[in-house]
Design a binder for this molecule. Structure first.
Ligand code: TRP
Length: 464
């Protein structure tokens, strides 16, 4: 499965440039077969750029609602909020420690800030936070944590993907394994950079944007405000020299684009070209606009969607971070092995922490047990039993079942709320324990292997 990942910084209100350059192509790509998509709200990145808490929160809501209204399917795509994933800042630090400072000195955003300071006769780093400087490392963590192959971004972000590759390569080189996939940027060639009202790239920083969710009237008014040259009606116009035309092209079919080219050559008036453009944009956005308004009116629903998304991707992130921690040497004391893979496979020393069953009582009075691995992470939770003795008997029965039979009886990837899960059975038809919801069949298989490893560990420890 090819993994496609992209983030959108939660500052401001989404504008047409975000839509054309990032949201639309990413949603289209997420519908292709054979891709697993990760879309997230980059709210940690937002903190670097803005310091108004209410605006950050509002913008997170608006951007989440925008993606959902524009057709993102959270069942098909991993849709989550960066700040719900503690593994991201954790990985940021591991990466920071292998990142050459000089690499970050060369990052465009930082360099531009320095140049501005120097031009103003200020100290080079005046007003520049370490957050801005670290921006590319945080972004590398976003991408590398999920081993993304492809990162759809605007042209201005391509350097950041190159930096992520550099960091990944260096980490892989230092820690002797293919821990990270090297990501590639993908830029949609024709429309990736949409001009704004003044003809420069549409961007919050130039204050030249057209907000995505204007009503039809306000949209028309904004489009009328796009700067054109002074050529009058009837004068032939050069479409390739017109940002109005570039915006038109981003919303038109190839036939419509061709027809508009001819209209330019025939001297269409700017006013008329603008009317046609606003009608075209409205055609594409009218239906999503209604969905958007309904979603923003009901934030609780979006919140639940994001929380579910975070729970799913953390199933992927957690074991990977564990591997990386071991690889760099952050290990339980007494654990041996120098690389991640070797350490994972290394036997636990006698007396060290081991996988175990933990019995507990639920509020309903019934007794359940949890199968935990050596790190204490829960792999599966049992059904309820009337007494601790019965819970214990079920544990013994599970351990006494030969591994091949457990594998045959288990349902690996049974559908459940929030994804799929592993169901462990006794005697083929008696469910005895379940994993948490997992994102996909691969994750379920991986989880089953961890369950088997834990059971094997418990059985070995119990053997005389
Ligand atoms: N920096 C990106 C932007 O401003 C947003 C972003 C954060 C991102 N993390 C990412 C994009 C990871 C792609 C992948 O547009």
């Amino acid at each position: 499965m090819r993994r496609v990942l992209t983030g959108i910084t939660t500052t401001g209100t989404p504008h047409l440039g975000n839509y054309v350059g990032a949201i639309r192509p990413a949603i289209a790509a997420s519908r292709r077969d054979g891709v697993e998509s990760f879309f997230f709200l980059a709210d940690y990145h937002a903190l670097i750029k803005a310091s108004d808490p209410d605006r950050i929160a509002r913008s997170t809501l608006e951007i989440a609602a925008s993606w959902l209204a524009l057709g993102l399917d959270p069942k098909r795509v991993h849709f989550y909020r960066q700040s719900d994933i503690p593994e991201i800042p954790e990985l940021t630090w591991l990466l920071t420690c292998v990142t050459a400072k000089g690499l970050l000195n060369r990052a465009h955003a930082y360099k531009a800030a320095v140049d501005q300071n120097l031009a103003a006769g200020e100290d080079a780093d005046a007003g520049i936070t370490a957050g801005l400087y670290q921006y590319p490392v945080l972004m590398a963590a976003d991408i590398l944590l999920f081993r993304a192959h492809e990162v759809p971004v605007g042209r201005d972000q391509v350097q950041h993907i190159e930096i992520a590759r550099d960091i990944a390569q260096r980490f892989n080189h230092l820690y002797g394994a293919e821990h990270f996939v090297l990501p590639e940027a993908s830029v949609e060639e024709h429309v990736a950079v949409l001009p704004g009202l003044d003809g420069r790239k549409m961007s919050k920083s130039y204050d030249n944007t057209i907000p995505l969710w204007l009503d039809a009237k306000a949209l028309r008014k904004a489009v009328l405000g796009i700067v054109t040259n002074s050529q009058g009606p009837g004068e032939p116009k050069d479409p390739d020299d017109s940002h109005l035309f570039q915006i038109y092209r981003a919303f038109a079919t190839p036939e419509e684009t061709q027809a508009m080219r001819e209209a330019y050559a025939a001297g269409i008036a700017w006013g008329e070209a603008k009317e046609r453009l606003s009608a075209l944009i409205d055609r594409e956005l009218a239906a999503p606009r209604e969905r958007y308004q309904a979603l923003v009116a009901n934030p609780r629903e979006i919140e639940l969607t994001l929380e579910e998304g975070a729970a799913r991707v953390r199933q992927i992130a957690r074991p990977f971070i564990r591997e990386l921690r071991r690889a760099v040497g952050l290990r339980a004391l007494g654990q041996v092995g120098s690389t991640g893979a070797a350490a994972v496979a290394a036997p636990k020393p006698a007396g060290g922490k081991r996988a175990a069953f933990k019995t507990f009582r639920e509020r309903d009075g019934r007794f359940h047990f949890r199968l935990v691995d050596a790190d204490g992470e829960s792999l599966a939770v049992s059904v309820g039993f009337a007494s601790p003795a019965e819970a214990r008997a079920a544990q013994d029965a599970l351990l006494a079942t030969p591994a091949e039979q457990r594998r045959r009886d288990a349902i690996i990837g049974a559908p459940c709320a929030g994804g799929v899960r592993v169901e462990l059975m006794l005697a083929a038809d008696r469910p005895v324990a379940f994993s948490d919801a997992l994102p996909d069949a691969d994750a379920a298989r991986a989880c089953f292997e961890r369950i088997e490893a834990a059971l094997a560990e418990i059985a070995t420890a119990a053997a005389p």
